[in-house]
Design a binder for this molecule. Structure first.
Ligand SMILES: O=C(O)c1cccc(C(=O)CC[C@H]2O[C@@H](n3cnc4c(=O)[nH]cnc43)[C@H](O)[C@@H]2O)c1
Length: 247
């Protein structure tokens, strides 16, 4: 694990780091936090700082699409600044019936769903193959606190490198991950980076499309971004940081 920063090295802790993929998601999160944000220097850019009405200092990072970009960006921010909690956030696909379009999700597990190998017995993840881990489990009390405040569905949220585009693949993922609520592309990368810095991590998503057969006419990105804005306005930021930290 990479040692935590000392105050002498980097000044007072920002509190919360929110890692999204693209600027439209960052803008939605920042609107929810109250609007005013200033850029913070970071190699690769994309970092803006806001203060929630609760007084919590929140850094919002647009780190790019996919787990590798998200992990690299989150590591850069975690290496440069002190945080007590990291949240992977953004829009996602929702698994029926738990996660309709416009709903909010909080991950009970952040799972790399396609990190493994095809074998004669079918897909096996790297954990089953004995050389890695595919799962991060956020603190249950923090998950419950966030979900209660947001009226969110709770369950595993998958991280995939390829968006699901068919009913058979959606059914296969649902069978392999009981209780699954969502699919996105960054959570596991962000969680891996946070773990290396010893900082707790949550994943909070709002649903833009159903997971299943590809249907561009069913995407509701504006609705999901509006839900993301509401979520970051409603989160009890100081209490959440305390819970995620272990109370
Ligand atoms: O081309 C498609 O069929 C398609 C369907 C859904 C999303 C995409 C994207 O390229 C968006 C990727 C972006 O948004 C997140 N996201 C949103 N919905 C999903 C999804 O159903 N499965 C995986 N990721 C999704 C993701 O985290 C990325 O940041 C294309």
């Amino acid at each position: 694990m990479i040692p935590k920063h000392s105050d002498e090295q980097s000044g007072p802790a920002a509190g919360l780091l929110v890692v999204v993929a693209v600027d439209a998601e960052a803008d939605a999160v920042l609107r929810g936090l109250g609007g005013d944000a200033r850029p913070v220097p970071l190699p690769g850019g994309g970092l803006r700082r806001a203060v929630h009405p609760s007084g919590t200092v929140v850094d919002v990072l647009a780190g790019g699409v996919g787990p590798a970009a998200a992990a690299a960006a989150a590591s850069a921010a975690l290496g440069a600044h002190r945080y007590r909690l990291v949240v992977s956030a953004g829009i996602a696909g929702g698994f029926a019936p738990a996660a309709p379009v416009g709903s909010t999700l909080v991950a009970s597990e952040i799972v790399a769903a396609d990190l493994g190998a095809q074998t004669p017995e079918g897909f096996q993840d790297v954990e089953a193959l004995g050389f890695g881990s595919v799962r991060h489990r956020p603190a249950p009390a923090a998950v419950a606190l966030a979900a209660g405040a947001l009226g969110a569905a709770v369950g595993p949220v998958l991280t995939v490198a390829t968006v699901t585009g068919g009913a058979a693949r959606a059914a296969e993922l649902a069978a392999r991950h009981p209780g699954v609520v969502g699919e996105a592309m960054e959570g596991h990368g962000v969680a891996e980076a946070a773990a290396r810095f010893g900082v707790p991590c949550l994943e909070i998503r709002t649903v833009s499309n159903p997971v299943g057969p590809r249907d561009r006419s069913a995407w509701r990105i504006g609705e999901a971004l509006a839900a993301l804005e509401r979520a970051f306005a409603a989160l009890p930021h100081p209490e959440l940081i305390k819970e995620a930290d272990g109370g």
